[in-house]
Structure formats: C-alpha cells, structure tokens
Design a protein around this ligand. Structure first.
Ligand SMILES: NC(=O)c1ccc[n+]([C@@H]2O[C@H](COP(=O)([O-])OP(=O)(O)OC[C@H]3O[C@@H](n4cnc5c(N)ncnc54)[C@H](OP(=O)(O)O)[C@@H]3O)[C@@H](O)[C@H]2O)c1
Length: 437
C-alpha cells in the first residue's frame, strides 16, 4: 500500500473538529477508497486547552498555523480558520509555496485572493481544493470544473446563504416579520450575532464570485457585484408575491449578456412552481444552465460541521488518490494565468420582469399618473392591482405592478418619476423576477 497521506489541520472549530472526527470515524472506508491511509499529523488552533470532543494528542500541536504550513511533516494543509487576511491567507500561501497541497473552505479568502493563490498552486504543481467554500456540502465545484467539461455556461444562480433562506421561508410560512425571524435564527445558531454579512448579501456574493469564475473562465471579481440584501423585505411583499404565483428568494445570479457578465445578489421573485422555489429553510441550491446539458439543479445542506466536513474530506480524498507527477486540473477550470479579465455588464441594462409595490395617497389621478410614467419609460405591464394598504388607513392604497421584460434603467426612471410626482406615502419596493424552470 502507498504511504499514508499526512494531513495538517489549521482551525479546529465547527468545521475543523468535524473534519478530524470524520477522518477518524471513517478511516477504514477512506483507506479502502483511496488505497492509502489518511492520518492527521499536525493541528493548530488558538486555544490548545479547549476540549474539541476528539483526541488529537497523536498530532503535533502548532500555535502558529503558518509554521504548521511550512514546517510540519504533512502532505496536505487544511485551512479551516476563516477570514480573507491574517493567518488564513498567510498559512495557505506558505503551504502552497512550500509545495504542499491545500484544502480550504474559506470563500472570503478565495473571493479576494483566489486567483493569486491559484497561480502559486499551479506553478508549484500542487492542488488547491475548495469544494466546501461554495454551498457547503453540495459538490458544485467538482460538477462545474470536471463533470461539465465542454459545456458553455449561460447562467448560474442559486440560494447560497442558508440564514437568508431560513428567514424568508419562515416569514412566508408563519407570516412573521423579518426582525422576529432574524432573532430566532440567531437563537438557533443559524445567524451570527452580527448578521450583516449574511443578510446584506456579502456571503452570497463571495460564493457567487467563485462560481462566476468557474462558469465563464474569468478572473474573480467579488467587488464588482450588484448587491441588495433581504432586510427590507416585508410581509406585504411576501403576500403579494404569493398572490401573483411567486416566492421570494435571495439569489446570487451570474449571467452572460451581450455587454459582459452580470453578477448580482438580490431578493428575487421566482415562480412558485419552479424547482428552486421548493428549496426551503437552511438548504442551499445551485442551478447551472449550459448549451449541452440544459439546466441542472443541485440542492443540499449548505453549512454545518458534518455537511461541510463531507466536502473537505472529498477534497482530501482526491489528493490521496492523485498520482505523483500527474498534471492537476487547473484550480478554476482554466489555468489561472489564462483567466480572462472580468468584463462587467451594466446593471442598468439588466433585462427582466419586475415587481413594483407602491404605497400611494388614495386620491383621484394617482393610478393614471403611475400608468403614464410606466408608458413614458416604455414599460409594458403584465398586471396592475390596487388594494387597500390596511384596515387602519383608508387614506392610502397599495398598487402592485408586474412588468413584462424591461430594463433596470427603465424601471428606475419610472419609479423616480412616480416618486417626484408626490403620490407615494412610503418608499417604493422593487423586486426583480427571475425566469426559472
Ligand atoms: N461553519 C460552517 O457551516 C461553514 C460552512 C462552509 C464553510 N465554512 C468556512 O469554514 C471556515 C471555518 O469555519 P468554522 O465555522 O469552523 O469557524 P470557527 O468555528 O470559528 O473555527 C475557527 C477555528 O480557527 C481557529 N483560529 C482562529 N484564529 C486562529 C489563529 N490565529 N491561529 C490558529 N487557529 C486560529 C479557532 O481556534 P479556537 O477554536 O482555539 O478559537 C477555531 O478553531 C471558514 O472559512 C468558514 O467560512 C464554514
């Protein structure tokens, strides 16, 4: 049998401790599948005394993950610390430069430094595997990078943040407010004490930027993403969406257009009958559309110790099975040096249908003025519905408009016009509608 694969794990929190535990519990199966043992020989975390629920005394302890990456007797460095700078970045870079394979679950690091790190990995002839960084346990990276060779991707979109999907699912199912759902999510450990990163779309954007690079062979451009979170979604939106046959999801969408690539993260109305609308709670899903395959949807657990460990261990097993001297597949599907510059499409030219909810003074002429602004912007309406905003106030009405395909620029112009006309009593709500099977 080949020599054991020696693994060093830096970061022994939710994911790191799960990885160590599964490697121990599944040692026999992994040996059979990989043709060699996989052994944890070195570990690092902040607190050497913390009980991690697993005996790691056989592994050498390192206070400094960079030292582990450079000097430990390991073949693979597994980074499960997190963060886009500091020890995570320094240790991954050090491991690659020392010619060690790296496995990471760190989307923030890859979104910011992925291309530079991939260049080092490819120069050194080692693997940089990151299946767990996007959609947790769902094997989307391998699917896009390996199983879909030859396919030209036209669009990739998905529910990439379990916290947001949990909140939207409960808002719809139980009719409770965004704030109440967020508090529950925090109590249950689905949301961080500071939830901004999740609910304002940053986490989704990081993951999307990695998928975009894999889909279109472009450099990662995580700062070039149009981003809106879910914190201004109200019960009125959820109810109106339901009445119209839609469900609201926070989607990350990357799409090829005539003017470049569109990357956007925002609340989106998807048809209630579509497959992606059936993805509830903390589950994640990724839809990939290509010229050969058509549409593929992968869904499953997007976070949590075991689910994420499953993806990390798949990456470690790939390294255990890889043959020395063999050319490895490029990190982002194309050699890092050949990734094309990212050409951003103008968000204002984004074409699609829109849902617009307006709260207006209940007086004559308002309806006609709204219709005129829409016509002036060449927006054709699929439906326009007027309803009392609530029993407590008869002085205002809600107007809900659904447009046929139009552009973001046209919608903004029309809504600015309506706002200027002075008919609104509250901020207008605009939600994009996404075509989905
Ligand atoms: N949790 C998930 O469901 C999930 C899903 C997908 C991807 N990920 C990614 O996986 C990574 C780890 O996430 P996690 O949830 O496991 O985080 P976590 O529970 O906060 O664990 C972080 C670990 O890093 C260690 N650490 C922090 N600073 C360190 C330093 N300077 N030197 C050495 N060790 C240090 C901590 O040590 P102490 O324990 O001693 O404090 C802890 O063990 C992140 O990149 C995250 O984005 C997580």
């Amino acid at each position: 049998m080949a020599e054991a694969l020696r693994v060093g794990i830096a970061g022994l929190g939710t994911v790191g401790a799960s990885v160590a535990r599964v490697l121990r519990d599944k040692a026999a199966e992994l040996t059979r599948q990989c043709g060699r043992d996989i052994v944890v020989t070195a570990v690092s975390a902040r607190d050497p005394k913390r009980d991690r629920g697993i005996d790691l005394s056989a592994a050498k302890w390192f206070d400094d993950p960079v030292e582990l990456a450079e000097k430990a007797d390991i073949d693979v460095f597994v980074e499960l610390i997190g963060g886009d700078e500091g020890p995570a970045r320094l240790s991954v870079k050090a491991a690659l430069e020392a010619g060690r394979h790296v496995v990471t679950a760190n989307k923030a690091l890859l979104a910011k430094h992925g291309v530079a790190l991939a260049e080092i990995a490819e120069k050194k002839g080692v693997l940089l595997n990151y299946e767990a960084a996007v959609a947790g346990g769902i094997p989307v990276i391998k699917t896009m990078r390996e199983a879909m060779a030859g396919n030209a991707v036209t669009r990739v979109f998905g529910i990439l943040n379990g916290t947001c999907n949990y909140i939207l699912t409960r808002m719809e199912a139980e009719g409770i407010s965004f704030d109440a759902c967020l508090k529950d999510a925090q109590r249950l450990g689905y949301a961080e004490a500071d939830p901004t990163f999740d609910i304002e779309g940053h986490d989704t954007a990081h993951k999307l930027s990695i998928l975009t690079s894999l889909a279109f062979g472009t450099k990662i451009a995580a700062t070039d993403i149009y981003m809106e979170g879910i914190s201004n979604i109200t019960q009125a939106d959820i109810r109106a969406a339901g009445d119209l046959g839609y469900r609201i999801k926070l989607l990350g969408v990357a799409q090829r257009t005539d003017s470049g690539i569109e990357q956007r993260v925002h609340p989106t109305m998807v048809p209630t009958a579509s497959v992606i609308a059936q993805v509830h709670g903390v589950t994640n899903a990724v839809a990939i559309e290509t010229d050969i395959l058509g549409e593929l949807l992968l869904s499953g657990p997007g976070a949590g110790g075991n689910a994420t460990a499953s993806a990390v261990i798949g990456d470690i097993a790939d390294i255990a099975k890889s043959r020395p001297g063999f050319q490895h597949a490029p990190v982002f599907g194309w050699p890092a040096k050949e990734l094309k510059p990212y050409k951003k499409a103008r968000m204002r030219s984004h074409a699609g249908g829109y849902f617009i909810r307006l709260t207006v003074h209940d007086r004559t002429g308002v309806f006609a003025a709204i219709a005129k602004r829409m016509a002036d912007s060449d927006i054709s309406l699929e439906s326009i519905v007027q309803q009392a905003a609530g029993a407590e106030t008869l002085a205002q009405k809600t107007v809900i408009l659904v447009t046929h395909e139009t552009t973001e620029a046209a919608v903004r112009k029309a809504v600015e016009g309506i706002t200027k006309d002075g008919h609104l009593t509250d901020k207008p709500q605009v939600i994009r509608i996404e075509r989905a099977e």
